[in-house]
Design a protein around this ligand. Structure first.
Ligand SMILES: Cc1cc2nc3c(=O)[nH]c(=O)nc-3n(C[C@H](O)[C@H](O)[C@H](O)COP(=O)(O)O)c2cc1C
Length: 166
């Protein structure tokens, strides 16, 4: 049973949700979509809106779908789905059918796709996209994350809907 709620009703810390439990970021439409695991990101507020912040490397197949849609979803899962999230974080949608391989069930809204097995779903509307650039790095250790020069694209998105299962 899925119900709409306010992001403030989610009592788990954003660090625990994203960094420790991980999430799936999904974008596209019924006929063509893709999903990938993320563990870097944040939840908070900017420009007077509840917001999510995600960081996507340029080589991710999912980036193409995020770029071409207004919305994407961030899905959080219980521990039992960690294997599925590991799979979605180690394999590209260019090479495998992640839905078929994980058994996750996509749910298609008019403007977004999420997974039925998720315990929390954030529907996010893109507000801004930035190319991370070494010009802005103040800590010299950061560069070690980018031996290929594959600096992340940062998306700032308004959280327009929060769905939870009871
Ligand atoms: C735990 C975990 C966290 C990850 N976090 C991110 C992330 O925040 N940003 C990113 O660009 N890639 C991240 N990845 C890597 C992508 O999920 C991975 O490259 C995936 O296969 C991309 O799939 P795609 O090519 O179908 O988009 C993570 C992988 C794992 C296993």
């Amino acid at each position: 049973m899925v119900k709409n709620t306010d992001i403030r009703e989610i009592k788990k810390s954003a660090v625990e949700l994203i960094s420790d439990n991980w999430a799936l970021v999904t974008a596209g439409k019924k006929d063509s979509f893709n999903t990938m695991t993320v563990s870097w990101g944040g939840l908070g507020e900017i420009w007077g809106k509840d917001a999510a912040f995600i960081f996507i490397r340029p080589q991710r197949h999912t980036l193409k779908f995020i770029d071409s849609e207004e919305m994407f979803t961030i899905c959080f899962f219980k521990e039992e789905y960690k294997k599925a999230l590991t799979f979605c974080g180690r394999n590209s949608g260019r090479d495998v059918d992640k839905v078929k391989e994980t058994g996750l069930t996509p749910v298609f809204l008019d403007d977004a796709v999420y997974f039925d097995e998720a315990c929390i779903v954030l529907k996010c509307r893109k507000m801004a996209r930035y190319d991370l650039s070494p010009d802005g790095f103040l800590d010299s250790d950061i560069e070690s994350n980018y031996s290929n020069g594959d600096y992340h694209k940062m998306f700032i998105a308004e959280i327009v809907e929060t769905l939870v299962t009871d």
